[in-house]
Design a protein around this ligand. Sequence first.
Ligand SMILES: NC(=O)c1ccc[n+]([C@@H]2O[C@H](COP(=O)([O-])OP(=O)(O)OC[C@H]3O[C@@H](n4cnc5c(N)ncnc54)[C@H](O)[C@@H]3O)[C@@H](O)[C@H]2O)c1
Length: 308
Amino acid sequence: MKVFITGGSGFIGSHLADRLLARGDEVLVIDNFATCRRDNLKAHPKLKIVEDSICNEKLMNQLMQEFKPDLVVHAAASYKDPNNWVEDALTNVMGTAIVCQAMAKADIKRIIYFQTALCYGLKPVEQPVTLNHPILPRGSSYAISKTAAEDYVQLSGLDFVTFRLANAYGPRNISGPLPTFFKRLTTNQKCFVMDTRRDFVYIDDMIDCIMHAVDGKGNGTYHLSSGSDISIKELFDATTKALNMHFVVEVKPRQPDDVFSILLDPSRTKNEFGWKAHIPLVEGVSKTIQYYNEQGIEETFTHLKEVK
Ligand SMILES: NC(=O)c1ccc[n+]([C@@H]2O[C@H](COP(=O)([O-])OP(=O)(O)OC[C@H]3O[C@@H](n4cnc5c(N)ncnc54)[C@H](O)[C@@H]3O)[C@@H](O)[C@H]2O)c1
């Protein structure tokens, strides 16, 4: 297959690229390296990386026409500065519109998109959240722009799968709680956790699921989640265990713009793809910490406002 991955040097995109290359597929990546390490992807004869933005419409049209992928996996997204609404709108909204329209012009029919669970709002009205939950993204620039982008994907007339994701974690993940814990714990900085719960899926499980969609399964909206949540304190404790440290952590009450729990119902994904997450948290955290120990962490990113 020929697969065009936007944001393909990022956490999810690069793991997907590795999986595709390992089975002999050809991969084209566009990335502006806003939130990823440049060494996530290694040189490979069937991999081409273009350093540019998906907002470069002329280039996107050219890449679609020349590469003629069987499908596009659209993983590029802006989120690193919660106050930079312009960059979020440019990359997430305009960039997605450009991706979809460049695909249509080049007669490329299938797109896979990744949506944030924050599209259900800061306080989801049901647990677990089903696919019928109202869409209420107003709480953050990231959620607003990712939701407008998902709307464009649906409007495009393309054959699409949009995965609404639980929290992904694993090697190369430099956003969210786990890399932050590692960085702080290994540099003797103060640590605390929020009184919140999340649904975590290890990256290998996540890629297994995405591969079903790459290979043509599914049409429409799916939850990519384990269906069970853990407290952030449990995640912290798994991290200290993997680091062989003893640390009693302070649990802080959550901020007004933080969601207590995000538990997504993965029934449709299980039924149609025959997929479920199976890698236990302790195993996934241990592999992730091993990666951080070997590679270090240069930078971490979050779409959440900083908590003092
Ligand atoms: N990781 C998660 O837990 C999670 C949860 C919900 C949704 N998502 C979505 O999944 C997708 C992949 O996320 P990820 O975790 O791999 O994040 P990531 O930051 O590692 O990957 C996103 C990539 O997009 C690139 N990028 C940003 N702006 C760009 C632009 N204008 N042009 C080209 N490339 C650009 C970044 O440099 C980065 O490599 C994103 O769409 C994200 O919104 C991720």
